[in-house]
Design a protein around this ligand. Structure first.
Ligand SMILES: CC(C)(COP(=O)(O)OP(=O)(O)OC[C@H]1O[C@@H](n2cnc3c(N)ncnc32)[C@H](O)[C@@H]1OP(=O)(O)O)[C@@H](O)C(=O)NCCC(=O)NCCS
Length: 170
């Protein structure tokens, strides 16, 4: 398994492979039209390809992308996300202690084999080059991935409006 950044291997083919994983793992499957589908991708993934390609990690297996992790170092300064994501401000008061955030997905057949943990480690190692000491994810309280984040020491939990904030010190 190789972990690379999007910056290291940017191409249209790579974007297509990332999009395939994004929609394969998405809980939202019903879109009114192609524009709505693209906007949905942009909010949670495309935004990071454009703005943070060096914090966009890819897991490659036999030269094919099988998973990705994208994120931002300082959530409070991502002003565009406040306008495109309705829940982005919900945990704003937590951003000082847990500034960085991430989104990640793996192709179904390679889930549960430790690749997600490798991606989190790559993100943490890159964050260590910055002054940031904390990171977070936002999920649903009953989602299966809660166990994954607990195993990866996202020890702080806060629930609001049906969403679960999980914070990790690095
Ligand atoms: C969540 C996810 C990134 C974890 O990566 P992974 O490589 O599968 O996880 P690891 O093998 O490193 O760790 C295994 C743990 O992940 C969790 N896990 C395993 N399969 C999972 C799945 N299909 N969905 C969610 N969590 C899963 C379990 O807690 C598991 O621990 P266990 O083996 O003790 O039960 C990956 O499973 C995934 O992409 N799931 C579907 C999409 C998703 O939930 N993305 C996160 C959105 S916030």
């Amino acid at each position: 398994m190789d972990i690379k950044t999007y910056q290291q291997c940017a191409s249209a083919k790579v974007v297509t492979e990332i999009q395939n994983i994004f929609f394969e793992t998405s809980t939202k499957t019903d879109f009114k039209n192609p524009e709505e589908k693209l906007t949905f991708f942009e909010k949670y993934c495309g935004y990071y390809l454009k703005h943070h390609p060096n914090f966009f990690f890819l897991a490659l297996h036999e030269n094919k992308i099988v998973g990705y992790l994208c994120g931002a170092v300082n959530s409070a300064s991502e002003t565009e996300l406040y306008t495109i994501l309705s829940h982005y401000g919900l945990f704003e008061d937590q951003y000082l202690k847990y500034p960085a955030h991430l989104h990640m997905n793996l192709t179904a057949k390679l889930q549960g084999q430790g690749i997600g943990t490798l991606l989190v480690e790559a993100f943490v190692n890159k964050l260590k080059e910055t002054k940031v000491k904390g990171m977070h994810i936002i999920t649903a309280p009953k989602a299966r991935n809660v166990g994954f984040y607990q195993k990866n020491n996202f020890a702080y939990q806060l629930e609001r409006d049906g969403k679960l904030f999980m914070g990790k010190m690095i």
